[in-house]
Structure formats: structure tokens, C-alpha cells
Design a protein around this ligand. Structure first.
Ligand SMILES: *[C@@H]1O[C@H](CO)[C@@H](O)[C@H](O)[C@H]1NC(C)=O
Ligand SMILES: *[C@@H]1O[C@H](CO)[C@@H](O)[C@H](O)[C@H]1NC(C)=O
Ligand SMILES: *[C@@H]1O[C@H](CO)[C@@H](O)[C@H](O)[C@H]1NC(C)=O
Ligand SMILES: *[C@@H]1O[C@H](CO)[C@@H](O)[C@H](O)[C@H]1NC(C)=O
Ligand SMILES: *[C@@H]1O[C@H](CO)[C@@H](O)[C@H](O)[C@H]1NC(C)=O
Length: 375
């Protein structure tokens, strides 16, 4: 009897292992050539991976068609681009022009019908100026692949340069929104050139959290849009529990700290008392004093918490202080999430997280200031 149960358990185990390996085996990573990005969900290399391995047609990649085997993406209205980098955890790709004339492609870039949008978009104005006047534009870098003997093309994002070129014998070609790669853009300042990769992001599928936990994001079976995170190392504590733990650890921690402060205070005052005995008529119980001031650390009432401003994040997720993660649950903010700001110190958190926190603890989790000055 016991033996057969063992056999059944073993075979079940074996069977589940088999299913696991066969289902994962169908979506193995692919790469076009050495040094190119690894291709996996939500992308797929259409020649190497079955359709179910990608999220949608918009994420299909090829290995190019001109014999160089570069990882290539086809944007419906803008043509083929090489995929230079795929940052799965940031949900971003860097693309460029296989023919090394990115400004020409930028002039015709149209992300309609793609899953992508720019992370940081800057308006660039293109001008065509007579080449004979070139010395006057010496501080600007010409776009050689768009220029010829008679005319030199410039593009600039700087209002001063736009004004200057407009006032010269130049023809304004077009102003276009360029999805710049802002880390390079910020670093390069005015010398940033339109030959640098374009930086695009996708909103769905949302696999950031899964990727950061080391999980494997994929489509739910029998679903064309819902994703599932598998193989994530287990103790990924659910968010609600995370702040429960944070609060759980925070409050005893605070109590211990106050206990210590209390103890030290008592020791010192006892020592001082021994040096300078106080008359008996005065309050001779310093413990009562210190306890009284410590008991003040407590939660706020719901109406006070509700009076703090809420913010619903837009697509850009821009916050004034450039906060990107909630200090309570440590998750990154996502578009459409509701945050709450503590008015006194201006710190922001997920509304869910800070509401729970403030009910138990009357101080800002970041700066430890009490939001209510009366405390
Ligand atoms: C773009 O790439 C696809 C797939 O590699 C190819 O079939 C198509 O001809 C390319 N288009 C251009 C304009 O190069
Ligand atoms: C591109 O891939 C094809 C087939 O996979 C291969 O025969 C060819 O040598 C590759 N070309 C380069 C430049 O790597
Ligand atoms: C992009 O292309 C679509 C379809 O042709 C068009 O409707 C849309 O106006 C274009 N957008 C821009 C910014 O050119
Ligand atoms: C440059 O200008 C000359 C004279 O106007 C003209 O003949 C020539 O075709 C132009 N070259 C180009 C590349 O436009
Ligand atoms: C998944 O799809 C298959 C065939 O399309 C169907 O037989 C099966 O019942 C579906 N399973 C679920 C859980 O919907």
C-alpha cells in the first residue's frame, strides 16, 4: 500500500518535471549573432521561436535580410531598425538605423500601431542651409548623410540655435519629436547627436517586477494578453505582506529604541540626582516624564490621513522629487497607481502603503518627521 503511494508520488513528480521541461523548452532564448541582444518574451525571433513565445506581432523580430544578421524590428510606418539593446527589466529597447543615417529615419518616425513609445521625447528642428554659408554655423554639427554639395542639414533641440538658424538663409524642414536616450542626452548636453540610439519603451506586457525578481514572464496558457510570472525564486513576499513586515519590524524597533533612550535617560538622571540631590517636593519620578513623552508616538486617525493629497500617476510617472519607488513596499511606481503625499515633508508613497503605516505610526517612514506638528 505504502509502496504504491510512493510510486504514484514519484511518477507524479516525474510527470510534472517532464511537463515543466517540455513547456519551457518550446520558448528557449534566441540570438541573431554574437553580441546582439538575447531574444525572449515579450519579443520573439519569428524564424526561431513559435508564435506563442512572443506577446504580439509588434514584438516580432527578425535577423535582418541583408546578410549581416543583425537583430531587426519592423515598425509598421517607419520600416526596419536594428535592435541594439533590450532592457527587459526596464521595459526598454534601443534601436538604430541599419544604414547609418538615423536622422533620415527620425524625420519619418511614426510609432502608430507599434507597442512602443518614447521614454523621453525632445523636439528637434531640422534646417537645410546653403553650404556656402557653412562657416556661420560652425558651432553646429552638420548631418552629413542628409547634406550635399549645395545644402547642409542641421538639427537642433536648443531654442537659441533654432532662433539663430531661422534668422539665417536656412529653410526649416520639420520639427519632430525624438525619443532620445536620456541618460546619454543629459550627459552630452548640447553636443548630443541624432546618431545615438533611439530609446523606446512598451507599456504592456508589464513584466518589470517579474524580471527584477529573476522570474520568467510569459503568456498565460489559453490567454492572448494575460501574463504570468514563473520560476521566480520563491520568497518573493507579496507586497501587502512586505509592508506588514516593515511595520512589524519598524514598531518593535522603535519601541526598543525608545526603551534604550529611556534606560539611558534614567541612568543619567539617576547619576545627576546622586550628584545634585533634588528636593523631595519636586516630581521624583523621572520615569513618568520620559514615558509620557514617548507614548505620543502613535497612529493618525483616518480623517487626518484622508485629508492628505492623493496623486494618480500619469504615463510619464513623473514625480517632483524623481522618486521612483515606494519606500514602504519597495516596489517601483507604475502608471495609474495612486500615491499619497505627506504635506509637511512632501514625501510620496503608494496610498495603500502609507495609509496603513500612518494608522499605526504617526511619522513619515522616510524622514521620521511627524506629519502632524501637534505630536
Ligand atoms: C524589413 O525586414 C523584413 C524582415 O527581415 C524584410 O522582409 C523587409 O524586406 C525589410 N524591409 C526593408 C525596407 O528593408
Ligand atoms: C547569417 O546567417 C546565415 C544563416 O544563419 C549564415 O549562413 C551567414 O553566414 C550569416 N552571416 C553572417 C555575416 O554572420
Ligand atoms: C502616423 O501614421 C498614421 C497612419 O498613416 C497617421 O494617421 C498619423 O497621422 C501619423 N502620425 C504622425 C505623427 O505622422
Ligand atoms: C547644386 O546647385 C547647382 C547649381 O544651382 C546645380 O546645378 C546642382 O544640381 C546642385 N546639386 C545638387 C546635388 O543639388
Ligand atoms: C484551453 O484551450 C483549449 C483549446 O482551445 C480547450 O480545450 C481548454 O479547455 C482550454 N482550457 C481552459 C482552462 O480554458
Amino acid at each position: 500500500m505504502e509502496f504504491t503511494t510512493k510510486i504514484t508520488t514519484l511518477s507524479l513528480l516525474f510527470l510534472s518535471l517532464l511537463i515543466l521541461t517540455t513547456t519551457t523548452a518550446t520558448c528557449t532564448n534566441a540570438v541573431c549573432r554574437r553580441g546582439d541582444p538575447t531574444v525572449r518574451f515579450p519579443f520573439r525571433l519569428s524564424s526561431h521561436q513559435p508564435e506563442s513565445c512572443g506577446y504580439s506581432k509588434g514584438f516580432d523580430l527578425t535577423c535582418g535580410n541583408n546578410g549581416v544578421n543583425r537583430t531587426t524590428i519592423t515598425l509598421p510606418f517607419s520600416g526596419n531598425f536594428t535592435v541594439e539593446v533590450i532592457d527587459y527589466a526596464a521595459q526598454a529597447i534601443l534601436i538604430n538605423d541599419p544604414n547609418k543615417c538615423l536622422p533620415e529615419r527620425i524625420l519619418m518616425l511614426n510609432l502608430t500601431s507599434t507597442p512602443f513609445s518614447g521614454v523621453d521625447v525632445r523636439p528637434f528642428t531640422f534646417f537645410s542651409c546653403p553650404t556656402s554659408d557653412y562657416p556661420r554655423f560652425g558651432q553646429l554639427t552638420p548631418i552629413t548623410c542628409l547634406s550635399d554639395k549645395n545644402s547642409t542639414v542641421f538639427a537642433t533641440a536648443w531654442p537659441i540655435s533654432v532662433n539663430y538658424l531661422s534668422s539665417q538663409s536656412c529653410r526649416l524642414i520639420k520639427t519632430v519629436e525624438v525619443p532620445v536616450h536620456w541618460p546619454s542626452y543629459e550627459q552630452a548636453g548640447s553636443s548630443w547627436e541624432l546618431t545615438d540610439n533611439l530609446w523606446l519603451t512598451w507599456r504592456v506586457p508589464r513584466c518589470r517586477r517579474c524580471e527584477r525578481r529573476g522570474g520568467k514572464c510569459g503568456l498565460k496558457s489559453n490567454s492572448s494578453s494575460e501574463t504570468i510570472c514563473s520560476d521566480a525564486p520563491k520568497p518573493a513576499i507579496p507586497r501587502r505582506d512586505q509592508y506588514a513586515i516593515a511595520i512589524g519590524a519598524g514598531i518593535p524597533g522603535t519601541l526598543i529604541l525608545f526603551g534604550l533612550v529611556c534606560l539611558v535617560y534614567n541612568r543619567i538622571s539617576a547619576f545627576i540626582k546622586r550628584l545634585h540631590p533634588v528636593p523631595h517636593s519636586e516630581n521624583n519620578n523621572p520615569q513618568a516624564h520620559s514615558l509620557q513623552s514617548n507614548i505620543m508616538i502613535m497612529g493618525l486617525d483616518v480623517s487626518t490621513i484622508e485629508s492628505y493629497p492623493k496623486i494618480v500617476l500619469g504615463e510619464s510617472k513623473r514625480l517632483p522629487e524623481n522618486d521612483v519607488t515606494c519606500a514602504i513596499c519597495l516596489s517601483e511606481y507604475e502608471p495609474k497607481e495612486t500615491l499619497r503625499k505627506i504635506p509637511l515633508c512632501q514625501h510620496c508613497f503608494h496610498a495603500d502603503c502609507i495609509d496603513e503605516w500612518l494608522k499605526l505610526n504617526g511619522t513619515c517612514p522616510v524622514c521620521r518627521n511627524s506629519p502632524e506638528q501637534i505630536l
